[in-house]
Design a protein around this ligand. Structure first.
Ligand SMILES: *Cc1c(COP(=O)(O)O)cnc(C)c1O
Length: 368
């Protein structure tokens, strides 16, 4: 690993390849693989991750919002890209950039068909999103007549895919609920299929779905967090490699005496002489204020070093008493061993949130 001189998120493409192969080997050859690269590829680097996944053989990519898809097209990626959550205001851009919209509501279906007809398109691919129990986005069963009437009446669009999302695929206690979602999905798909004279791609599994419900891979799986090295289960985490490491350096060292306080509102007071270090990293970089005053530890020279005092917008102080350290030396926030899931759990959140929260001002370095 190269020496760093500022707060840096290192992204390891070899680890990404390892994780990709792990999931690819968990699904049958004929099933398509969609790599989910929304939210800057879970906080890492959208374009580099998208390129690598394409090279590795992914069949499809997915993003949440239209602008994320446009960014990939501008980087010259030609692979199909599904936009999970497009809004009508962006439908023309979706088409201009050859993105595939997820269509989840009557309002959006009507609006998309209108746009596609206005542009005189034929068979523009869309994926229909069905609500099978998450109650977030998706058509409900009683929308079916409306959908079928709309899509059989127009030539402008074609149902390339039909999908849904599992609400609790990582939770073994919710197996019955998940099986019920799967059953609803199949019934829904059968009805749609009986009206269309062509086949479409069915998909429902996210990372935990891939691993826990092999019977539900259908025609394609959608893998997000697993590609980044986290599997929502201790035994899976052991088989994956976290791709991102967050590191920083010591900006300044201070020596405190008993009674001195640290940071805003003096929440930390030294009980003895201490050596502390200030880091160029704060809540505006994605280390939530909740991490402050909780005895949460970063790593300096492989030793755990606690955060002390309130976390500031651009700074965090740590206790490095008793360690032979100098300004400019490296401090580890998380990596493949001291991983983001462990750190996230200390403040009752999940790796997803910690990773996607690392803000854009943190330098990204991609290791090939
Ligand atoms: C984010 C997302 C995924 C990926 O989920 P992971 O748990 O990260 O694998 C899959 N499908 C949809 C609809 C999503 O929004």
């Amino acid at each position: 690993m190269a020496k760093i001189n500022e707060t840096t998120l290192e992204i390891n493409l070899q680890a990404l390849a390892h994780n990709y192969h792990f999931f690819r080997n968990n699904i049958s050859q004929k099933i398509k693989f969609m790599g989910v690269v929304k939210a800057s590829a879970y906080g890492s680097h959208t374009v580099e991750i998208a390129k690598k996944l394409t090279d590795l053989g992914a069949d499809y990519l997915a993003v949440a919002y239209t602008q994320e898809g446009i960014k990939l097209r501008k980087a010259n990626l030609k692979i199909p890209i599904l936009v999970f959550h497009p809004l009508p205001i962006h439908f023309e851009e979706i088409i201009t950039h050859k993105l595939t919209p997820s269509i989840f509501s009557k309002r959006n279906l009507s609006a998309f068909i209108k746009t596609a007809e206005k542009l005189k398109l034929e068979n523009y691919p869309i994926h229909l999103k069905l609500n099978t129990g998450m109650n977030r986005l998706g058509f409900n069963e009683n929308d079916l007549d409306f959908i079928l009437e709309k899509i059989t009446k127009t030539k402008a669009i074609k149902v390339e895919g039909v999908f849904s999302h599992l609400a609790a695929s990582e939770d073994k206690n919710e197996k019955e609920f998940t099986l019920n979602q799967l059953e609803k999905f199949q019934i829904f798909c059968k009805k749609i299929s009986s009206y269309l004279n062509y086949r479409f791609t069915k998909h429902i599994c996210n990372t935990s779905g891939i691993l826990n419900y092999p019977q539900a891979h259908f025609d394609m799986v959608r893998c997000g967090i697993g590609l980044y090295g986290y599997g929502n289960a201790v035994e899976i985490d052991k088989k994956l490699k976290p791709i991102a490491s967050l590191k920083t350096i010591i900006s300044q060292i201070h020596y405190l005496k008993k009674g001195d306080s640290v940071s805003y509102n003096r929440k930390f007071k030294a009980e003895k002489s201490m050596k502390i270090a200030t880091l160029p990293l704060g809540y505006a970089d994605g280390i939530h204020r909740d991490f402050g005053n909780k005895n949460i530890k970063f790593y300096f020279k492989e030793k755990p070093v606690p955060i002390i005092g309130d976390i500031c917008m651009d700074m965090i102080m740590i206790d490095i008493s008793g360690i032979d350290g100098k300004e400019g030396e490296e401090v580890l926030i998380f990596d493949a061993q001291q991983n983001a899931e462990k750190l996230a759990q200390t403040v009752n959140t999940i790796s997803y949130e910690l990773l996607t929260g690392i803000s854009s001002r943190v330098k990204r370095v991609v290791l090939a």
